[in-house]
Design a protein around this ligand. Sequence first.
Ligand code: CUA
Length: 191
Amino acid sequence: MTDETSSTHNHSRSADVAARIERRWAIVAIAVIALIAVMAAYGGIHRATMPQTQVETIDPTTLHLNGEFIESNLGSAIEPNGSVTVRVVGQQYSFTPQCILVPTDTPITIRATSPDVVHGFLIEGTNINTMLVPGYISDLPVQFNKPGEHLMPCHEFCGVGHEGMWGKVKVIDKFDFLQLSTKERRLNCVD
Ligand code: CUA
């Protein structure tokens, strides 16, 4: 064997080794990408991440005139399936209703929007944290397992009165809520 053939031989062997290592790392990289794709899909489907895939629009200029966000339709209502839907409007510089009343141990859907500018919508002690954008409906699932009160500040600068824009969520016992709902169609805890 001459020196030349031996070096060619070594060269092709190290090329094989390199190809094997490259293949192995390519598999690792593809596995990581696949894992991230699965996590993103899972997060989206189970609503564990933002932004949501669903987009609902509404005309902000006629909110108060017709549709689900007219004043008499705001507040908490029991649905035929036993869940509760809460409709809220955030405007400069308050929420309507200012105090949201909800029951314990019940699936709740909050539907909220804004007629004027972007507001923040956050319920302390929950993972509800979003924005109310004029023209769009924010649709958020939440459930409370014990009675209590949660602060609900606007956390998006919305004008000179921003710092005074606060609401709250009051969670009461499921049976008390049911009792109240037999008397009124839309509930809130505004005094
Ligand atoms: Cu509304 Cu800040």
